[in-house]
Ligand binder design. Structure first.
Ligand SMILES: [Fe+2]
Length: 287
């Protein structure tokens, strides 16, 4: 099994391709669709970089995995299927809760399904998934969102999405609708931190704190000892208080509104008449 990372500087997102160099079977985790909110232009630079690598290695993309419905970048999973039609787009089954929560917020049409059916496959907690010659286990890690899942490949490499970042940055925020600092503590402390210390962790974002170089790979043991917000020794109430207070100081992500409404629809931008298409911008007036 090999792992190749791709970093999107605009959204600080890590996309990964996990592949078997012998069978050529491949899984893409959290692919990015480029979006400029000022002009409304969707573009494919990140997708092209990914495709070039996949073509060069002659990989067969069998699955596209989402760790959750992202709130800071659009997913290119829908567009990747144009090139890899056999690829199954999969996400944790609790995406249904996220769809139910956000459908009214974005004024989605009444017939917008909230049963996860926009995705090809809904994954269950602790499910063992075989993708050609690759195998991974699903570990639900809610908190940042209720649908967050981490994926443990070959009992060696864990992709944590936004549950857990590099030790010098901490954890994902928990203040989105249906997020929960208590749930995130449980996911990290009682699930991820019970795994073998040697398991490698690949994070979903890196914000390069203090201007340090990009870093995206650590271990369970490193996180337990050194995570700045949540170590193995951190009590639950201390984490929940810290996370809740810190989240109050954070701004909404730049692409929050476009991202969530597209990503709960499995990365599809709704098609409308004559090639024109629109996203919704919910507005709240605060006096
Ligand atoms: Fe996220």
């Amino acid at each position: 099994m090999k792992i190749q990372e791709f970093y999107d500087e605009a959204t600080y997102t890590l996309t990964y391709v996990v592949y078997d160099e012998h069978s050529k079977d491949a899984v893409i985790i959290d692919p990015v669709l480029d979006f400029d909110p000022a002009s409304g232009v969707v573009s494919f630079e990140s997708t092209e970089i990914l495709r070039k690598f996949i073509d060069k290695q002659s990989l067969q993309v069998k699955m596209v995995l989402e760790t959750h419905a992202h709130a800071d970048h659009l997913s290119s999973s829908h567009y990747l299927k144009e090139f890899y039609p056999q690829a199954v787009v999969a996400i944790g089954e609790n995406i249904k809760l996220v769809q139910k929560t956000f459908k009214p917020i974005f004024s989605k049409p009444v017939d917008f399904p909230v049963d996860g059916s926009q995705f090809d496959r809904l994954l269950k907690d602790d499910e063992l998934v075989e993708v050609g010659t690759l195998k991974f286990r699903v570990i639900f890690t809610p908190g940042h969102t209720p649908a967050c899942a981490s994926y443990l490949f070959e009992e060696k490499a864990l992709f944590t999405g936004d549950a857990l970042f590099m030790p010098d940055y901490g954890t994902g925020r928990c203040d989105f609708p249906a997020g929960s600092a208590k749930d995130l503590y449980n996911s990290v402390h009682n699930k991820i931190y019970t795994l073998d210390d040697k398991i490698e962790i690949y994070v979903g974002h890196d914000y390069q704190p203090g201007g340090r170089d990009l870093a995206f790979k650590t271990t369970v043991g490193e996180e337990k000892a050194n995570n700045i917000q949540l170590k193995a020794s951190t009590p639950e109430n201390e984490f929940v208080t810290m996370r809740t207070e810190r989240d109050k100081t954070l701004k909404a992500p730049r692409l929050l509104l476009p991202s969530v409404q597209v990503n709960i629809d499995a990365g599809q931008i709704p098609e409308q008449d004559e090639g024109k298409t629109y996203l919704n911008l919910p507005v709240s007036v605060r006096r």
